[in-house]
Design a protein around this ligand. Structure first.
Ligand code: NAG
Ligand code: NAG
Length: 485
């Protein structure tokens, strides 16, 4: 007997636990060499009176497609088993399945948010609100003539038809039409007002096409801090990262070893600590769970001059890792082949963290600081820096190349990848010309295809924190005492 038999027993058990029988194989969807998928039986909706059966079945088939993709990328049977486990925990949350027996009524599944889209679906609300703004403008531009109003109404209907939850995107985002489901980016930053007349605190949301922008509100502890003569705002010159699905803030002038966390709309210090100071001269990068991370968790690598630390949320404290060979002050980091690549920063040196040691790679085109890095597929892209040039550079296949031009220069900016490209948000520009811009770059995987200015930042602030979020995030959260501004 041995392994095979043991495995069959486990599969049998799993299916007994799933408890749905019959269902038959989905022929044609399953590749013949795909052992587990061909055994996997699809669960059935038990209660045929469930009101949202159609959504339930769509939901289950989405879970099943992810399961098929998961199994396809597996090489071991334990990997296949974990795919099956994920599939099970996916479909039980579908309307009309185990955890949502009354269909969409009281079911948190995102597919259900279209049932009461006007209250529950942020993407829908956002889209309708934009269409109605255009409608208002249209009507207000009309002479006293009903025909003109009719044209506005038709335009509004056409536009709203493309909204999430409407006919062209029936189940909400994501749907086939990219322009319908815009990504939304939160941009937030705190800075003190000393020595910089253009300094600004801000927190707002912007759509990836720049057509929508609105302020959002977060609370932070009041200005203070131990490392300064003057009180500084809590996030002043801190770093930020998305770690295991949470937004964390590291160091900064308020407390150079702090780790703070965004929870709902509050940013609070935690009991977690860094071991080396993190400030505006430092840089960090996140190695995501399952892409070379050793401990099944996101891992943050943070470097200040040449001292580097690695931070795991569950350890609650950072640990020392190898020093870089050169000093990198105000440089940036990205991931190259899944491992940190530290670029420039008072030097042109570039180093790669490879089996616990930093090894030199081909140098950057010149010594530069205050630039930004972004990880893209098989490459790290850089923009900005004190050199005042508008070139975009890329490190791929062990070498640097110039891959395009921006409209503006950037300094202490932040970048974020979006569908089809990336956005650059300026930090603290050195010249007033074209300053404080948010630029959108279309990227074809090799080169910059096109770039355009989306909007302007409210003012100067070091390395704005950027993360993708849904358009309604922290919209209504604000108390007068605690508002960000
Ligand atoms: C930003 O807000 C903080 C309070 O958190 C305040 O101390 C600081 O002066 C503000 N910065 C600017 C540029 O207004
Ligand atoms: C890392 O990924 C694994 C497998 O997907 C998952 O089980 C685990 O919860 C993840 N870790 C964290 C900290 O999110």
């Amino acid at each position: 007997m041995g392994r095979e038999y043991g495995e069959s027993m486990i599969f049998l058990l799993v299916f007994l636990i799933i408890g749905y029988c019959d269902a038959g194989l989905e022929k044609g969807r399953i590749s013949p060499d795909n052992r587990l998928a061909s055994i996997a039986k699809r669960p059935k909706i038990v209660d045929r009176r469930c009101p949202d059966e159609e959504i339930g079945l769509i939901c289950d088939s989405q879970c099943f497609s992810s399961f098929e993709e998961c199994v396809e990328s597996c090489e071991t049977s334990s990997c296949e088993r974990s795919c099956l486990y994920e599939y099970t925990s996916c479909y039980v949350d579908c309307p009309c399945f185990e955890n949502c027996p009354n269909g969409c009524d009281g079911c948190p599944n995102s597919l259900c948010s279209c049932s009461n889209a006007e209250t529950d679906n942020d993407d829908y609300k956002q889209c309708i609100s934009q269409s109605s703004q255009r409608f208002n403008q249209c009507v207000e531009g009309c002479p006293p003539d009903e025909m003109c109003f009719d044209v506005c109404i038709e335009d509004f209907k056409d536009a709203s038809r493309k909204c999430p939850c409407m006919s062209a995107c029936k189940w909400g985002c994501p749907c086939n039409d990219d322009s319908t489901c815009q990504e939304h980016i939160m941009s937030l930053c705190q800075i003190d007002s000393l020595n910089d007349g253009k300094a600004a605190n801000y927190s707002y949301i912007i759509s990836a096409d720049g057509l929508f922008q609105e302020n959002r509100y977060f609370t932070t502890p009041p200005a203070g801090g131990s490392n300064y003569y003057n009180k500084v705002p809590f996030l002043h010159r801190s770093g930020f990262a998305l770690v295991n699905g949470k937004i964390l803030f590291f160091g900064g002038e308020y407390d150079k070893k702090m780790v703070a966390q965004l929870d709902e709309c509050e940013i609070q210090p935690t009991s977690m600590r860094l071991i080396y100071d993190y400030d505006y001269t430092s840089t960090l990068v996140v190695i995501p769970n399952n892409s070379g991370s050793r401990l099944s968790s996101d891992e943050v690598i943070l470097c200040t001059s040449n001292s580097c630390q690695d931070f795991y949320e569950f350890r609650r404290t950072a640990t020392q890792i190898a020093d870089t060979q050169s000093y990198h002050q105000r440089g940036c980091m990205g991931l190259y082949q899944g491992k940190p690549l530290i670029v420039a920063g008072g030097t042109a040196r570039v180093e790669h963290l490879y089996s616990s040691e930093w090894v030199y790679k081909n140098s950057y085109y010149q010594s530069v600081s205050e630039l930004s890095c972004l990880t893209v597929e098989n490459a790290v892209i850089t923009t900005g820096g004190v050199s005042e040039n508008t070139n975009v550079y890329m490190f791929r296949d062990e070498d640097w190349s110039e891959v395009g031009q921006l409209i503006n220069t950037y300094r202490y900016g932040s970048m974020i990848a979006v569908q089809g490209g990336f956005l650059i948000f300026d930090g603290v520009p050195f010249s007033t010309e074209n300053s404080n811009m948010i630029e959108r770059v279309e990227w074809d995987g090799q080169r910059v295809v096109l770039t355009r200015n989306l909007a302007q930042q409210p003012g100067n602030c070091y390395r704005p924190a950027l993360f993708l979020t849904s358009p309604g995030t922290c919209k209504s959260f604000c108390s007068d005492d605690f508002c960000y501004f």
